[in-house]
Design a protein around this ligand. Structure first.
Ligand code: ADP
Length: 375
């Protein structure tokens, strides 16, 4: 059992400078997998390091299982941490690397053996126990680093960008392994990454940070469908959400948007919500995800005329970078399943594309505050 609670936690590295972490509040449930995500420098690692006890806390409290740990040494916090660079001892075997912290605690030999071999079994590295780290691949080293944390029976598992040194294929594989591992370890996890895909696939809940401030906390579905502000909207989802400043027009209880000289109705839940919130005609920042743009026949009403700049063939889908007749850039994502080889090949640079935004799936942000108007 391990809950974690941050209350008004703050970190100021240098007096007079803006805080690296400002007023961080979060309650993490027992066995929850929390991902801290955001661009480089937003304060993720600092938050994790304060929880681990590797960094002093400038203000507020951190509790583990109801106990304030602000002044506890890292070793007394019952926490295990896996770092980006693995920090394995090169002169020790895999077994001894995993056993290291247990030896320091003067644990009995048979108990050390039991813990190390059990963890190695779970991680599938039993056959490498007698090797030195240099004789392992990046993925195997990664597993040793995780194993070293596992043997300690820690209450909370901390991981700081554990996959960022791996190549793309291995990263995907290890991501899946972490999901499986998590089911076996049955512990509370706090995981730091700058990669939104990792955050979306691993987290029970995601904490999105920017400039030391939490922007939003929610499940992957929540932050994707209901981003609190423009920053979250653009950060979550790949390729990134398309953004355009435009006018929202209310006429006889119906709503329209007018990007790039077009006029498209906002219907469905969005239309309903705009009405319920009492929103009338105004300037907005309109957001539309690449997968929500439809390609339509030439001559259809209220479409946007565009030209393909770049066609990225991703296998199951195309990412079409297009330029509108008014010179704005958009990204359109379309599945390849219904396109023949010939149809796909026509879509090269300069090919005209008529597109429209379905009114059900649009996002509206205040141009001043950048808050989601329907959040
Ligand atoms: P992230 O993990 O999101 O990349 P960090 O937590 O490492 O961000 O850093 C947050 C901010 O704190 C950054 O502006 C960074 O430059 C600053 N910072 C990090 N470590 C130190 C340090 N030891 N001394 C001074 N400033 C630091």
């Amino acid at each position: 059992m391990a809950t974690v609670k941050f209350t008004n936690v703050q970190k100021i590295y240098e007096k007079g400078h803006t805080p690296a972490v400002a007023d961080f509040n979060l309650e993490i449930a027992d066995k929850e997998f929390i991902v801290l995500v955001g661009p480089s420098g937003c304060g993720k690692s600092t938050t994790l390091r304060m929880l681990a006890g590797l960094e002093d806390i400038s203000g507020g409290t951190i509790e583990i299982d109801g106990e304030v740990v602000n002044d506890l040494q890292p070793r007394d916090r019952n926490i295990a941490m896996v770092f980006q660079n693995y920090a394995l001892y090169p002169h020790l075997t895999v077994f001894e690397n995993m056993a290291f912290s247990l030896r320091l605690k003067k644990m009995k030999q048979d108990e050390v053996y039991r813990r190390v071999t059990e963890a190695a079994e779970v991680l599938g590295i039993t056959e490498y126990l007698t090797r030195k780290p240099r004789a392992l691949s990046g993925g195997q080293r990664q597993r040793v680093a995780i194993g070293r944390a596992m043997v300690r029976d820690s209450k909370v598992f901390l991981m700081d960008e554990p996959l960022s040194n791996l190549d793309a294929k291995l990263r995907n594989q290890m991501r899946a392994e972490i999901i499986l591992l998590r089911q076996k370890i049955d512990s509370t996890f706090v995981y730091v990454t700058h990669d939104q895909t990792e955050a979306m696939t691993l987290g029970d809940r995601i904490v999105i940070m920017k400039d030391g401030f939490i922007q939003q906390v929610g499940t992957p579905d929540e932050v994707f469908d209901y981003p609190a502000n423009l920053f979250v909207a653009e950060f979550i989802g790949a390729p990134k959400m398309n953004i355009v400043r435009t006018q929202l027009i209310e006429e006889n209880g119906k709503f329209y948007v007018t990007p790039f000289g077009s006029r498209m109705e906002v219907d469905g839940v969005n239309g309903q919500l705009l009405k319920e919130r009492g929103i009338t005609s105004r300037d907005v920042i309109l957001g539309v995800r690449p997968e929500h743009i439809s390609i339509v026949e030439a001559g259809a009403e209220n479409t946007i005329d565009s030209t393909i700049l770049v066609n990225e063939m991703m296998g199951s889908e195309l990412h079409l970078h297009v330029s509108t007749s008014t010179g704005e850039k958009l990204i359109v994502r379309t599945p390849t399943v219904n396109l023949s080889h010939e149809e796909r090949n026509k879509m090269h640079t300069g090919f005209p594309l008529h597109i429209t935004f379905p009114g059900k799936v649009m996002y509206f942000f205040d141009p001043e505050t950048e808050e989601n108007l329907l959040y």
